[in-house]
Design a protein around this ligand. Sequence first.
Ligand code: G3P
Length: 478
Amino acid sequence: DGDVFKYYADGEWKKSSSGKAVSIINPTTRKTQYKVQACTQEEVNKVMETAKAAQKSWAKTPLWKRAELLHKAAAILKEHRAPIAEALIKEIAKPAKDAVTEVVRSGDLVSYCAEEGVRILGQGTFLVSDSFPGNERTKYCLTSKIPLGVVLAIPPFNYPVNLAVSKIAPALIAGNSLVLKPPTQGAVACLHMVHCFHLAGFPKGLISCITGKGSEIGDFLTMHPGVNCISFTGGDTGIAISKKAGMIPLQMELGGKDACIVLEDADLDLVAANIVKGGFSYSGQRCTAVKVVLVMESIADTLVEKVKSKVAKLTVGPPEDDCDITPVVSESSANFIEGLVMDAKQKGATFCQEYKREGNLIWPLLLDHVRPDMRIAWEEPFGPVLPVIRIGSVEEGIHHCNASNFGLQGCVFTKDINKAMLISDAMETGTVQINSAPARGPDHFPFQGIKDSGIGSQGITNSINMMTKVKSTVINLP
Ligand code: G3P
């Protein structure tokens, strides 16, 4: 069937023997936009076998050659930005400009990873024994970093390309092979991206992209004995994966409830700009979106007014028109967001705008006077709805932030750097941004969540290191 995108295995584009397809619904039209292969467990087994075989010779390929291929893939990726961005628009309703930015950022990430890889993987350590009590200088220890084997990459729908390459590039530069399981929404963008790696000329079987239903191949993939490392970004599924996975390194990023703490001395225009950008970019569908504003009562009215006037300027509509607010990824997501809004309404939150929804399109909404008994005070809407909680003290803000089961990022706005540092120390999150909204990038910065927000740390350098293991050789002198 020519209408169904093929999956990628053993250096070729293939049809699944299942004869079945998975439909990708365009969030804007709510009609089927694309179809991808519904791969079988048998096909997963084959992919794992070829990945294992390809990895053996890839690990022996000189590091500079691996880097060269990655640089080539990065250039091809950037050249192919248009068709990939088109898929992002149709599959996940990403605004047109952001869709292009995602691809370009991904190309830059791949290049940077190649550069960083040749530096950090080109070095090992050398230790001598006589620094430890009781030892003579009779043992020399040489260490280097070796690959783990087969890395399974599972990116989320919101950055299917960027969060795929942020796993693919470190895995490959470090000498691993890679199996990609794209999200259903975003699978076609991933297939296009993988095509760029195909064109770059990587060895057969080194990269594969297997599409299908999570219910059929999800657990099978994550529990597969051939997998030596899982890098996952997404939601609760990550918690389930971590419980089922074998004794292998895991890298996980599972969302957040990023708090924005605003002190009385803050520059409120700067705060308002960051709240709107942080809270409403890609309609709030970012792990690092501002998800709760904790503002000192004395300045709350002024800040809310400033945010309201900026929200009023956001454009709402289809991603093709590059609107700021576009339809959320699925109907079930829109229903979930609506559930949070209705709960807040029932419990007395102040609506700064009228709640409006058409299909999957939800108009931006700021909810003031939110209290801790409302679901939206704690849950992650992953939509263009932002709660404001008024606080009487900084301690109250920190307490709310730390009472969350999430701990991805947070931000604090104040002109007092000493206060900012103390608050940063007190906030139990992987990163605290001072005077800016949370964000993962630049992509070489460490990126990590604590508590239910994740395991390990990402960012280019940390990912390369995470996808390797230290190997020692000890020379024993007579
Ligand atoms: O939601 C995924 C997370 O990685 C966000 O990235 O670049 O929007 O901060 P970014």
